[in-house]
Ligand binder design. Structure first.
Ligand SMILES: Cc1ncc(COP(=O)(O)O)c(C=O)c1O
Length: 401
């Protein structure tokens, strides 16, 4: 595949009658945060201010939320999986999620009321790790299907929590279909972030789960308003949940939101390009280094929000994410180091390139990036594939083309 930068911009008032974002707004986020704060591992993840880097690039500020610190699991994903499982249990027991904090959710009494449950999912690794971890805490079972080519380290990280996890010979979207078929066949509960008609509650809970990280970031910004937020997308659940929250929080003063994807799995970009509001699919192996973003079918709940409320959609080469990993891992001046994996560093890679590459001047201008810009990125994972991390950061794999 010939890799390149591709770009779609939606004018602010392009979409009439925008969909509601209330489901992912401030009120919901309070509830979700309350749930996550009840976990013994709960700690705000750092919001890192990269002063030397922003000076170097001539912008007002660059902030990176470092999700490698989340619950000791090296990625943000557990926020979604745990909240979806919590909501599923609360629903099943007919109580509000507020009445299902960690100690009650994981109690023997709750287990006795629920009986045996098997949670099933398909995942590149990070989501499955969160599901396996939560199921383990609930003393329940989990089954995890990973797409072909998944890193053994990511598989081992899931097996560690007693999950029946395996790497299949399918791509991500076919692994999702396998999980769904077996959920129906064996009466398992599917916890997937991809939504389709008739399967939207759990994906929406997963997206709500992600609001914890953005509401933390807003508090950590202490009143400073970002002008630009960059969000990486696989199925778009993370980007959709956060776009929903930001739109509700800032209303008309919303920052410019830009969605970033790899060329090899750019289903959100292709959906935006098609310009009829309907999602488009990417098929095939999607062998991008950004494993967490290697998804070809947008989550329908997320896509609606991104279509109506996001401003820009970028499809980019793999080397850009590798560049982001090197920049975050080797900071300038007194900036704090961030260990960021391929999917985690995708947005930082794009920001570094758009701010410095003259060939992208038209994108920089359309994005209104200038010396007044205050940029927020989320490093969604740490070195979840340690060998892959070293190949890139130490050994110079995937250098700029
Ligand atoms: C590290 C990382 N970042 C970002 C994403 C993208 O999230 P989503 O699939 O909700 O778009 C994923 C998904 O697995 C991921 O693992």
């Amino acid at each position: 595949m010939n890799e390149s930068f591709k770009f779609v911009h939606y004018e602010k008032n392009k979409i009439k009658n925008k969909c509601s974002v209330e489901k992912f707004g401030v009120k919901t986020a309070k509830k979700v945060s309350g749930f996550h704060k009840s976990f013994p591992e709960y700690m705000e993840t750092p919001l890192v201010k990269l002063d030397s880097l922003s000076k170097h690039y001539g912008v007002k500020g660059i902030y990176v939320k470092d999700e490698s610190y989340r619950f000791g699991l090296n990625a943000f994903k557990v926020l979604g999986g745990s909240y979806a499982i919590g909501s599923y249990i609360a629903n099943k027991l007919n109580v509000d999620i507020d009445e299902m904090p960690y100690n009650i959710m994981t109690s023997d009494a709750t287990k006795a009321r629920l009986g045996e449950i098997t949670f099933v999912t398909a995942t590149d690794g990070n989501h499955g790790r969160g599901i396996a971890w939560t199921a383990n805490r609930l003393k329940q079972k989990s089954v995890v299907y990973m797409p072909k080519g998944s890193a053994i380290e990511r598989l081992n990280n899931i097996l560690e929590f007693g999950s029946d996890a395996s790497i299949t010979d399918m791509n991500y979207d076919d692994a999702v279909r396998l999980a769904n078929t077996n959920a129906e066949k064996f009466g398992w509960v599917m916890v997937q972030d991809t939504a389709w008609e008739g399967y939207e509650d759990i994906p929406a809970w997963i997206m709500q789960g992600y609001t914890t990280l953005i509401s933390e970031a807003i508090t950590q910004l202490e009143g400073k308003k970002p002008t630009h937020v960059f969000l990486q997308a696989g199925v778009g659940a993370l980007a959709g949940g956060i776009t929903g929250f930001i739109t509700d929080y800032y209303k008309e003063e919303k920052p410019i939101i830009t969605i970033v994807e790899p060329n090899k799995a750019d289903c959100i970009y292709k959906s935006a390009l098609a310009d009829d509001g309907k999602p488009r699919f990417v098929t095939g192996d999607m062998d991008t280094i950004m494993a967490g973003l290697a998804c070809g079918e947008p989550c329908t709940v997320a896509w609606k929000i991104l279509h109506d409320h996001a401003d820009n959609f970028i499809s980019m080469p793999d080397w850009v994410a590798a560049q982001g990993m090197r920049i975050l891992g080797n900071p300038l001046g007194g900036d704090r180091r961030i260990v960021s994996g391929e999917s985690g560093a995708a947005t930082m890679g794009f920001v570094s390139e758009v701010l410095t590459n003259k060939n992208l001047a038209n994108i920089k201008e359309t994005l209104k990036l200038n010396e007044e810009s205050l940029i927020l990125c989320i490093s969604t994972e740490g070195d979840t594939d340690k060998q892959g991390y070293r190949d890139i950061v130490w050994n110079g794999k995937y250098i700029k083309k």
